[in-house]
Design a protein around this ligand. Structure first.
Ligand code: PEP
Length: 245
């Protein structure tokens, strides 16, 4: 098995800086036996796809709408992403849920649409701080899995467990906290599904997280914006997986 290291650029990197990022990262990727995916903003995608064409770096989108086409101003469909050379798509990131009000029903429709088009969805789930502190973490995770994956074949889906209190806060879940939830998700889904951890992953904590038995990789926000830190996280993943073999 190889680690999956994913970089969610959020609203960062122009087409120009995105292209430069790919060139710099690719210069180091020679012997990297990992699945590496970057998720640029929509307008940055074409230049990044072009720059990544002859590299081992894959490209994803941060969001999509579930309808194929039509009067949905500002939205982008799965088919459009696929045609632009995108392979993965993040669905249900907590920023989409909390800032843009995305519901589990909408996320479920998006997942079905992404899979129908042949994209690989990365479904983000995770509990709020008050849910963790009141002992509701597993209930929240179970609720999201049931609602988001209703009628969905999980074979081609990647799950990202991202505790909301750990995203962009510098406060990472401990490897034990993360492993406990990953083990729960893995058992709930019957195994065989890749489960990434996300939430303030950095070169300094990436190894300890990825060496856990049920952590198959990481979804990285802030630390994915610079090629050198992102590359250090990839290296940490390779070391962790070498040990897990
Ligand atoms: C994310 O946005 O998915 C994320 C995990 O962000 P950060 O690494 O910055 O916490």
């Amino acid at each position: 098995m190889r680690p999956l290291v994913a970089g969610n650029w959020k609203m960062n990197h122009t087409p120009t800086s995105g292209e430069t990022f790919i060139k710099e990262l690719d210069g180091r990727m020679d012997k990297v036996d990992a699945d590496v995916v970057v998720f640029p903003p929509f307008v940055t995608i074409p230049r990044v796809v072009e720059a990544a064409r002859k590299t081992r770096i894959k490209v994803g989108a941060q969001n999509m709408f579930w309808k194929d086409k039509g009067a949905f101003t500002g939205e982008v469909s799965a088919e459009m992403l696929l045609d632009a050379g995108v392979e993965y798509v993040i669905i249900g990131h907590s920023e989409r849920r909390n800032i843009f009000g995305e519901s589990d029903e909408l996320i479920n429709l998006k997942l079905k649409s992404a899979l129908k088009a042949g994209l690989k969805p990365v479904l983000c789930i995770g509990e709020k701080l008050e849910e963790r502190e009141s002992g509701m973490t597993m209930d929240r995770i179970k609720f999201q899995l049931n609602a988001d994956l209703s009628g969905v074949d999980v074979e081609n889906i990647v799950i990202a467990y991202e505790p909301i209190w750990a995203i962009g806060t510098g406060r990472t879940a401990t490897p034990e906290q993360a492993e406990e939830v990953h083990g729960f998700i893995s058992e709930f889904l019957g195994g065989g599904v890749k489960i990434l951890y996300g939430g303030s992953v950095k070169p300094t904590n990436a190894y300890q997280l990825m060496v856990q038995p049920h952590i198959d990789g990481v979804l990285v926000g802030g630390a994915s914006l610079k090629p050198d830190t992102f590359y250090d996280i990839i290296l940490a993943g390779l070391k962790a997986f070498e040990e897990k073999r």
